[in-house]
Design a binder for this molecule. Structure first.
Ligand code: ADE
Ligand code: ZN
Length: 324
């Protein structure tokens, strides 16, 4: 089964590029840029990856980003992920990036996106991996800052397929960004949003995504399975859910395997993804393997995750069909 999962053509739809910053690259970039981080060696950096909730994870996550300063740093970050993805036979990836995690500390939007874009173009040509960018708004910043970021993205509209919503969900409901998403839709962006699994008001947030924001898919979202009406609505709309089992296991000790089983049974378009693989120590193959082992899934069932992913990918129909 390991070899089958490793060799299977894959599609990854929930991957934060900043979450692929491995300790080795982080320390190398920090040194090159003369940035002081609160650890001096790769081992100490690895030790610092300790967390038991989304909030405690995000603290170290943003702190690490200080290492990323130049266009070349963003290039190397994305190049390292895409090389790893190619080694796991990922054929297509939709990659989240958090411009505000960089602009808020003085790194220009242009630097971030040019580095990422150059790595994506090279990967298409040299690694056989296709990728597109999804720009996420940090929900713990204001709606005004999100709107300004949306405006700043417009000169690069052709390089970005859609927008998302991530970071700390507590007290930051989707409706806070209603106008931002409405404007994003007018600009032709597709829309997704995180509905994390250990959050208060989770069902209300999922409902807002469906009824107010009008999302095209949901990131995580497994909590919907505890609510019959939400489950039925997601199934009826054929909405995709990008689930990240190892990440979920880290922040709640629950991979949400039972929910994944039910989604497969109900025909909901559930997909398996790695979220922040450098922090959760598992890329997409390891995530699929973890769920397969936990649920005793068949080969057909693990293939179904990939069919779902290509089906809900933000690609033209003819391109998707070539993968399917
Ligand atoms: N940013 C990076 N990973 C995240 C996650 N799992 N939830 C919310 N924000 C994130
Ligand atoms: Zn995520």
């Amino acid at each position: 089964m390991d070899a089958f999962i490793a060799g299977m053509p894959k599609c990854e739809l929930h991957l934060h590029i900043e979450g692929t910053l491995e300790p080795e690259l982080k320390m190398r970039l920090a040194e090159r840029n003369g940035v002081r981080l609160p650890y001096r060696t790769v081992e100490e950096a690895r030790e610092a990856y300790k967390f038991d909730s989304l909030t405690s994870f995000l603290v170290g996550y943003y702190e690490s980003m200080q290492a990323l300063q130049k266009e070349q740093d963003f290039y190397e970050l994305a190049h390292a992920y895409l090389t790893k993805a190619a080694s796991q036979n990922v054929r297509y990836a939709e990659i989240f990036f958090d411009p505000q995690a960089h602009t808020s500390r003085g790194v220009p939007f242009d630097i971030v996106i040019r580095g990422l874009r150059r790595a994506i173009m090279d990967a298409d040509r040299l690694l056989g991996v296709r990728a597109q960018l999804i720009m996420c708004f940090l929900r713990d910043f204001s709606a005004e800052y999100a709107m300004a970021t949306l405006m700043e993205s417009l000169p690069y509209r052709e390089w970005i397929v859609g927008v998302g919503l991530d970071s700390d969900e507590r007290d930051n409901p989707p409706v806070k960004f209603e106008k931002v998403f409405a404007r994003a839709r007018e600009e032709g962006y597709l829309i997704t949003a995180h509905c994390d699994i250990d959050q208060p008001n989770t069902h209300e947030h999922i409902r807002q995504c469906l009824d107010v924001i009008g999302v095209d898919r949901i990131d995580h979202g497994s909590n919907a399975l505890d609510d019959e009406a939400l489950t039925a609505e997601i199934a009826r709309r054929g909405l995709g859910l990008t689930v990240c089992p190892v990440s979920n296991g880290f922040v709640t000790s629950d991979m949400k395997a039972a929910e994944i089983r039910r989604m497969l049974d109900l025909g909901i378009k559930v997909t398996i993804n790695s979220d922040d693989p450098a922090y959760f120590l598992a890329y997409v193959s390891e995530n699929v393997r973890a769920v397969q082992a936990k649920l005793g899934l068949s080969r057909d069932e693990v293939v179904q995750f990939q069919r779902n992913a290509f089906e809900i990918a933000w690609l033209p129909r003819s391109v998707k069909d070539a993968y399917l």
